[in-house]
Ligand binder design. Structure first.
Ligand SMILES: [Zn+2]
Length: 543
């Protein structure tokens, strides 16, 4: 009898534990994307990092040292979409931050959706959703794999950096409204305004951070990775005579301060505070199934665009980010226990050096300013006698206005060939690819494959401009920097894995951004996203 009882007790326990956690998985996955972080920043600023931030990830985690974006253009929307879908613009549809639909001629923002409303704020207005994303994300697949028991949340200052990672099936995505200083969401999600969010917004912690101003963490002289503070390569804030430290913001209006947080390192600190509020408010990592939070840190991108990668502002931003990462890892340790959470850290794209900084140092570079829609249309009017032949030139892609083309007395092929030829003769352009005749364009790898992967027939321009190395189109702006090209400075990104089931080590094998989602699928034993073209790299990460 006693034997029978103990057998029944054992059977009950076995059945119960089987029901709670059938597959070995972590309590929570934390995806961290640093906006505009080039791979080499892990090392460039390393000597000034502390031991508990990036260095901890490098020392105790696994680093894929040669991780590359494998499509064009290298912008934020496509980057976040690719990381989480394992797919490319050709298939996942996120062809740029913005695009013009080739059929309707309507301009789109990558997460626009006129059918949903903004929530979490006392403002009316349309909101955003992942409706333009055409494939599933790894976060969607986790929800599907657990019959929706896993919970998924997205947090970022930028809407697209929150919505695209969290996917179609997210419980919610939250982003920052820089008019009101609140984190907001969308009626797209089932319960977008929980009490904890209203409470978080009421605390106005972001504004408190901005009011502290921005001075350097250390003595100015100790910033050895940068040009002197006052130089002509940096843009200043609107109210500044010169782009220099220290900076005081407490005298600015609340409205200005609300908008400012994105552009200073405090934006990263604030985003991490919001991620913690979400983890606690939703009790993530405490359920029977693995939860997933996607966190994108966007301030690095705004700082890079304004000041460029050789600025003291950039160096200080990364030293501060290192402290924020250290703080967040310590928090995750306490909340979930070491090795019970899985972290990956990567970037949506990198960034170029400022071209004037390069030419002043005798490196070939420049601002591409000739290839404007107006200039192309002026040439077209002169040669073909038709107005507005070029619809748009954005994302380094030219779209033609097909109804204007059909009105011209010249045939379509002649017109296209002429436009390609005009572009080829402009300064700072290496190649011009007519995507309808890719086979006729001698263009080396990896550009060829990146062009194909990035070309979405409905959403991309069919004439693709490849700027020369060191050159970019920044709307003529001489200061700061940008990104978007195929070159290593825009596409070589960090990829660090840390925590649950991750062994220490690194690999120099080439890994693509599209491999991140399938590697996660392998780690979690779930299905890959439905447009995934990458492959799991878990074999590289095992000794
Ligand atoms: Zn950017």
């Amino acid at each position: 009898m006693r034997k029978l009882v103990s057998f029944l007790v054992f059977a009950f326990i076995a059945l119960f534990s089987c029901r709670t956690r059938q597959v070995d998985r972590p309590k929570i996955v934390v995806g961290i994307v640093i906006d505009q972080m080039r791979w080499d920043y892990l090392y460039r600023y390393n000597s000034r990092f502390g031991n508990d931030g990036f260095r901890r990830l490098l020392k105790d985690g696994f680093e894929c040292r040669n991780t590359f974006i494998n499509y064009l253009p290298s912008y934020t929307g496509p980057g976040h979409a690719c990381i989480y879908t394992g797919s490319v613009p050709s298939m996942n549809g996120i062809a740029g931050n913005e695009w013009t639909d080739n059929v309707t001629g309507i301009d789109h923002y990558c997460v626009d959706d006129s059918t949903v409303k903004i929530t979490g704020d006392h403002q009316d207005g349309t909101s955003m959703s992942p409706a333009n994303l055409l494939t599933t994300t790894i976060t969607d697949e986790l929800r599907l794999a657990t019959n929706f028991k896993s919970r998924v949340y997205g947090v970022a200052l930028k809407d697209r950096a929150s919505i695209l990672p969290a996917g179609h099936l997210a419980n919610a995505a939250y982003w920052y409204n820089d008019k009101t200083g609140n984190f907001v969401s969308s009626t797209y999600y089932k319960n977008p305004t929980p009490n904890w969010l209203a409470e978080f917004n009421r605390r106005r912690e972001g504004d408190e951070l901005v009011k502290q101003g921005w001075d350097l963490l250390y003595d100015k002289e100790s910033y050895t990775q940068s040009t002197a503070d006052d130089n002509s390569y940096e843009g200043a804030f609107d109210w500044e005579a010169k782009p220099v430290f220290p900076r005081r913001f407490d005298t600015l209006s609340v409205r200005t301060r609300n908008g400012l947080i994105k552009s200073i390192p405090a934006g990263n600190t604030f985003s991490i505070k919001m991620a913690k509020a979400c983890i606690e408010g939703e009790q993530l990592g405490r359920g029977d199934e693995t939860d997933f939070i996607t966190l994108s840190l966007s301030s690095t991108d705004y700082v890079g665009h304004r000041f460029g990668p050789n600025s003291i502002e950039m160096e200080d931003t990364y030293l501060r980010l290192d402290r924020d990462i250290a703080d967040f890892l310590k928090y995750l340790d306490h909340r979930f226990g070491r090795n019970h959470y899985l972290v990956f850290l990567t970037a949506d794209h990198g960034g170029a050096h400022n071209p004037h900084f390069l030419t002043d140092n005798k490196v070939p570079a420049g601002l591409q300013t000739e290839a404007t829609t107006a200039k192309l249309n002026a040439s077209a009017r002169e040669v073909f006698g038709v107005d507005s032949l070029v619809m748009v030139n954005e994302n380094y892609q030219v779209s033609l206005n097909e109804s204007a083309v059909s009105k011209a007395t010249f045939d379509r092929e002649t017109i296209r060939a002429s436009i390609v030829e005009w572009l080829r003769n402009m300064d700072g352009i290496s190649y011009v690819i007519d995507m309808e005749h890719l086979d006729r364009t001698p263009v080396p790898e990896p550009i060829r494959t990146m062009a194909v992967n990035g070309y979405n027939r409905n959403r991309s321009g069919s004439i693709l401009i490849i700027p020369s190395p060191g050159w970019f189109d920044n709307g003529g702006k001489p200061t700061g920097t940008t990104h978007g090209t195929w070159n290593p400075y825009d596409t070589h990104i960090p990829l660090l894995w840390y925590g649950w089931h991750i062994q220490k080590g690194n690999t120099s094998e080439k890994v693509y951004m599209t491999d991140i989602a399938p590697t996660l699928a392998d780690l979690l034993s779930i299905q890959m996203p439905n447009g995934c073209i990458g492959a799991s790299k878990l074999n590289l990460m095992k000794k």
